[in-house]
Design a protein around this ligand. Structure first.
Ligand SMILES: [Zn+2]
Length: 274
């Protein structure tokens, strides 16, 4: 598979990792696949989200397996409720465990997490939406950001960089980013309402909107997020893309659209090493 992310196996768990993040030596991170774990159809087998109808004890067991692979503790995991907002929350040790064992305790009204605290494991969950990994190796700050079409429209990746600059003095020129597996331009059809909103929002919209003969338009959400990050100051060389479409690779990944809405979620995880 052609990609900027690399596959790594930890027992039965297969993670996709960003080479530049590994080279930094500062973080543990990865995007999980559906391989490994104990889930039954349609959550087979490594579903990591508590809010999609899977057995909670299976999800927690799966999360524990991933934490083992990352050499992290589930009690240090922080999750967000992911409501397609553009809200970025700075979290610290006091948030450790939020949403680790249930959706109810995840941080409400939040789609992006930022921290500079080593050992705190940022976790966000996906089936088609775009996972953004950001790290500042200079100030030692990390972010995990969930960007669906609404988050992309409101530039949530740029919001994360803004928050990192405001709170920790991060310079986007120093930052590295990774854009993980998401539904690709091959599969992601959007209606006129969505495509028009992108046309009004971004002057580069034609780069990411692909009109088909059927009158339907396909949107390249990963590329849109790349543009947003670069526009916000990240060097384009520092943005790694996975180029893997969730809907085209359902043997390996969960896809919400590809499964008509009932399926599991992968996780994007990042933690500063202690
Ligand atoms: Zn596809």
């Amino acid at each position: 598979m052609e990609q900027g992310f690399i596959q790594k196996a930890y027992g039965n768990i297969v993670m996709l990792e960003i080479p530049s993040f590994n080279r930094s030596g500062l973080v543990k991170h990865g995007f999980s696949t559906r391989n490994g774990g104990a889930g039954k159809n349609p959550y087979n087998t490594l579903n990591l989200a508590c809010h999609v109808g899977d057995y909670p004890e299976t999800v927690i067991k799966n999360r524990q397996e991933v934490c083992r692979a990352l050499e992290a503790e589930i009690e240090q995991m922080v999750t967000a409720q992911q409501v397609h907002s553009s809200v970025i929350r700075v979290v610290g040790q006091e948030h450790a465990g939020a949403g680790a064992f249930s959706y109810d305790t995840a941080l409400p009204d939040t789609d992006g997490l930022v921290t500079n605290v080593p050992g705190v494991l940022l976790a966000t969950f996906y089936a088609d939406c775009v996972p953004l990994f950001i790290m500042d190796p200079v100030k030692r700050v990390i972010a995990s950001v969930h960007a669906g079409w609404k988050g992309t429209l409101s530039g949530i990746g740029a919001e994360a960089l803004k928050k990192m600059a405001q709170v920790f003095g991060s310079n986007p020129r120093d930052c590295l980013a990774g854009i993980g597996p998401a539904i690709g331009r091959c599969c992601y059809e959007v209606d006129v309402m969505v495509s028009d909103r992108f046309r009004h929002q971004y002057d580069w919209c034609e780069q990411v909107l692909n009109p088909g003969a059927d009158g339907r338009v396909r949107l390249d959400l990963p590329a849109a997020n790349r543009n947003i990050l670069v526009q916000a100051g990240i060097r384009s060389d520092n943005v790694e893309m996975s180029h893997i479409c969730t809907s085209c690779n359902q043997d390996m990944l969960f896809s919400y659209r590809g499964s008509q809405g009932v399926t599991g979620r992968m996780g994007a995880f990042i933690m500063l090493r202690k």
